[in-house]
Write a protein that binds this ligand. Structure first.
Ligand SMILES: Nc1ncnc2c1ncn2[C@@H]1O[C@H](COP(=O)(O)OP(=O)(O)O)[C@@H](O)[C@H]1O
Ligand SMILES: [Mg+2]
Length: 440
């Protein structure tokens, strides 16, 4: 079922573009100037990806075999295939309307109307596939079917869907992201190397961080009342809890910027309870703080360099390039003050800055806080990508569902006390957690 994962990953990228277009359509007034370069890059992406690679593969493999196994989706498949055939022409018509609008403002309205119709069709198309077709495919297709479908999607030398073609899609997606108006976000890493479906088998049983009976107080008010928690090397551990539960206090205590009144912190076998904050950073505990806290007047590049202040100078340039590869938008804007970035981009910067310290344990304090849903997903994709690269992560979130969904294990924190722990999946399925945090 690898193919399904690839399709769904691509749908997510497509969805981001679609939502961006939706937002632009909602914002645009009739006399708005049309950003031709941006729309052309979107259309290039759609043409290359959707029309040339994605759709033919679906028709030739997934849909064909699905028809053999079940008739239940035939009507939906007829509809989808007809749309697949019609979409290139619709896109060409849209490009023509864009050219007219670029030449004469009078034609802007007609372009926006046509764009709205196209986007509506695309959305419904993705919805039908996700809602009606994929669940059926999962049910009725046999392992032999998948053995035929998957290689078609995974074939790395395939000119239409191989690694070369995918690299081009990524380029195009980044191009779209770079040109998208800041107000709608999309400016960060998202179309990067797709994370593998199964988590890498790099979780060891080696305990990297072990916290026992940790207490911390603000004056007479105990914010942490005896926390015990473990993170193994390679793990992503989520610490979820409501506002005021003590999540930030806990991370700050780990980093050493918040005093502890009892308990013990052991990192890589060493008791670091009394170690100064900068020494903990040197040991590899690096934090992306709540509310990002980037230095607004300082350039993006200098913000990143700050994250490396405990590191040998010789590695900084190379690390900087790595961060720029991961977050192309930061490279694009490297010389600009960090304060000019959107909220989502500042979050990428805060994570990038923490990575510049070469963390062995990355602490993320509510990276999704205050971001629009589209960007929340982008941020979690970044966390997923880091996890796939083998980073050990302690992720603190109020957004319990998203955090637990990508975590290997999780802890639930309530007013300074751990009340529940288990695998990410167990906690998501736990009725108490669902009622308290997931709103269902
Ligand atoms: N600087 C502070 N002074 C006094 N109390 C604080 C301070 N920071 C946090 N607290 C209190 O400690 C508790 C935990 O806060 P915090 O760690 O920020 O929670 P969370 O990050 O889970 O929202 C809350 O009751 C909060 O009011
Ligand atoms: Mg907090």
């Amino acid at each position: 079922m690898e193919a399904l994962r690839i399709i769904q990953d691509e749908h997510r990228n497509l969805w981001r573009i679609v939502i961006t277009l939706d937002k632009l359509l909602a914002d645009s007034v009739s006399d708005a100037t049309i950003d031709v370069a941006f729309f052309n890059s979107v259309f290039d992406y759609l043409e290359h990806f959707v029309d040339k690679a994605h759709h033919p593969k679906e028709d030739d493999y997934l849909f064909r075999l699905l028809r053999l196994r079940s008739t239940a989706a035939n009507a939906a498949l007829d509809h989808l295939e007809a749309e697949h055939r019609a979409m290139p022409e619709a896109l060409a018509a849209l490009r023509a309307k864009l050219a007219l609008a670029a030449a004469d403002k009078m034609n802007t309205h007609a372009f926006l109307v046509a764009l709205g119709a196209y986007v509506g069709t695309l959305k419904e198309h993705v919805r039908i596939e996700e809602r009606d077709v994929f669940p059926l495919a999962q049910q009725v297709l046999t392992p032999a079917d998948w053995a035929e479908i998957d290689p078609a999607f995974l074939d790395n030398s395939d000119p239409l869907f191989g690694s070369q073609a995918r690299a081009e899609f990524r380029e195009l997606f980044h191009h779209v992201a770079t040109l998208a108006p800041v107000s709608v976000g999309l400016g960060a890493h998202s179309a990067g190397e797709l994370p593998p479906a199964v988590p890498p088998q790099n979780i060891t049983h080696e305990v990297l961080l072990s916290v026992s009976d940790l207490e911390s107080a603000y004056g007479r008010i105990k914010a942490l009342k005896g926390i015990s928690l473990e993170v193994r090397r390679g793990e992503t551990v989520a610490l979820v809890g409501a506002n005021g539960a003590g999540k930030t206090t806990f991370l700050r205590t780990l980093s050493g910027v918040q005093p502890m009144s009892a308990g013990k912190i052991v990192f890589e076998g060493e008791d670091i309870s009394r170690l100064r904050a900068d020494m903990r950073m040197r040991r590899g505990i690096c934090q992306s703080p709540e509310g990002r806290q980037v230095f607004g007047p300082l350039s993006i590049e200098d913000n990143l360099r700050l994250g490396a202040y405990t590191q040998p100078k010789t590695q900084v340039e190379g690390d900087l390039e790595k961060i720029f590869t991961m977050f192309p938008i930061l490279k694009e804007k490297r010389k600009l003050p960090a304060g000019t970035l959107s909220g989502g981009q500042q979050q990428m910067l805060a994570i990038g800055r923490a990575l510049m310290g070469r963390p062995k344990l990355l602490l993320l304090d509510e990276p999704s806080m205050g971001l629009a849903p589209l960007l929340v997903e982008e941020v979690f994709n970044v966390v997923k990508a880091l996890k796939a690269q083998g980073m050990t992560i302690l992720l603190v979130e109020q957004n319990a569902f998203s955090a637990l969904a990508i975590a290997d294990r999780g802890y639930v924190l309530e007013t300074g006390t751990i009340t529940l722990t288990g695998s990410g999946r167990e906690l998501i399925e736990d009725e108490q957690v669902r009622a308290a945090y997931l709103g269902m």
